[in-house]
Design a protein around this ligand. Structure first.
Ligand code: NCD
Ligand code: ZN
Ligand code: ZN
Length: 347
């Protein structure tokens, strides 16, 4: 039985939601990770420092007793973002970064940015003040195939933006393509990328395995096998620009198993086990700590966590569903199956 001890990891892309859902999902992330970058796509979105500060307090109220966990807050950019509030919020330690959702690209992105040209003064202020830009990197034009939206964003939006603002630091969130990984690698002095467990484990066939699989549906959507292989190489190869970000994105079961099902994979309960499976299969366990615990803090200029945790290759049964008080049920990654690794009880 293999075992691995590493610094307590961080999750650089998390959706906690709010209310009863937040109460249910927050402990899974807080127990497994030291810190998390918290996505601001609530309804209404987190668009000001005051809203982010209040949201952080609501999250902290859901962290179990005795668990040490730090949420790192982000600002949801709109066409009307107040650059002064963002910069002041960053200086005050409330905002770690700002998030670009192209309007209508994904869940709760209706208030997102209609064109980066509309927010150039905000992006300039971010570049000047060292505030990282986190991107949901997909174009949204109806004529662009859903499987090509990330590669087109890299080429048409991100590459020109990087050229225009040489000081802007960017995280391409939840990369899903070879093209995304290549752009990040080519600009690794000031770019990073998060990679989800599902994009490392599955290709787009998983969406149709014996029938339609709503719990495999997320955005950006699962891609072809050649992209999965490129992502596995990026994640497990030890390059500092690639780091752990689950994009754990819970939606109620009845809202995923629906005529128009929500996008998002809820992975928090099994995230570390899922990533460990990938690294074990690639014979890359020695590089796991860099991906999970070092590269993310390195990008954000933070110290890595001091505590160590140990995981063992001992399968653990995963619940069929998880109840959210009065609101419905959640189906996590690996639901009803077993996760291949588990935390050593003694660690
Ligand atoms: C996310 C969500 O549900 O908030 N969904 C998803 O499929 N990834 C939004 C996002 O990260 O794009
Ligand atoms: Zn996204
Ligand atoms: Zn997300």
């Amino acid at each position: 039985m293999r075992s691995l001890t590493f610094r307590r990891p961080d999750d650089w892309h998390v959706h906690f939601r709010d209310g009863a859902m937040m109460q249910t999902v927050t402990p899974y992330t807080a127990r497994a990770f030291g810190r998390a970058i918290v996505m601001p796509n609530l309804s209404p979105p987190v668009t000001s420092a005051a809203m982010a500060d209040a949201y952080r307090a609501r999250i902290m109220a859901c962290v179990p007793e005795g668990v040490s966990f730090t949420p790192l807050m982000t600002c949801y950019l709109t066409d009307h973002t107040d650059a002064a509030d963002l910069v002041a919020g960053h200086k005050a330690g409330i905002f770690t970064a700002a998030k670009l959702y192209p309007a209508h690209a994904t869940t709760n992105s209706a208030h997102g940015v209609t064109s980066v040209d509309h927010i150039m003064p905000v992006l300039e202020a971010m570049a000047e003040n060292g505030i990282p830009l986190l991107t949901h990197g997909e174009v949204t034009r109806a004529e662009v195939d859903i499987f090509d939206r990330e590669a087109r964003f890299a080429e048409e939006v991100l590459a020109p933006l990087l050229a225009r603002l040489p000081k802007l630091r960017v995280v391409m969130e939840h990369i899903t393509t070879e093209e995304g990984a290549a752009l990040v690698r080519a600009n690794s002095a000031r770019m990073g990328a998060t990679i989800t467990p599902q994009h490392l484990l599955y290709n787009r066939n998983a969406l149709f395995q014996g029938g339609l699989r709503p719990h495999m549906y997320c955005l950006p959507i699962l891609k072809r096998e050649r992209h999965r292989l490129a992502l596995r190489k990026a994640a497990t190869g030890g390059e500092t620009c690639f780091f752990l970000g689950t994009d754990t994105a819970p939606h109620m079961r009845h809202l995923k198993e629906a005529d128009c099902g929500c996008a998002g994979v809820f992975s928090a309960p099994v995230a570390i086990a899922a990533y460990l499976q990938v690294f074990a299969d690639e014979n890359a366990l020695p590089n796991f700590e860099a991906f999970a615990s070092l590269n993310g803090p390195g990008f954000y200029g933070l110290a890595p966590n001091e505590a160590r945790v140990t995981y063992v290759e001992r399968p653990a049964r995963i619940a069929q569903e998880i109840e959210v008080d009065g609101a419905g049920k959640l189906v996590s990654l690996f639901a009803g199956e077993s996760a291949p690794w588990s935390e050593d009880a003694a660690s």
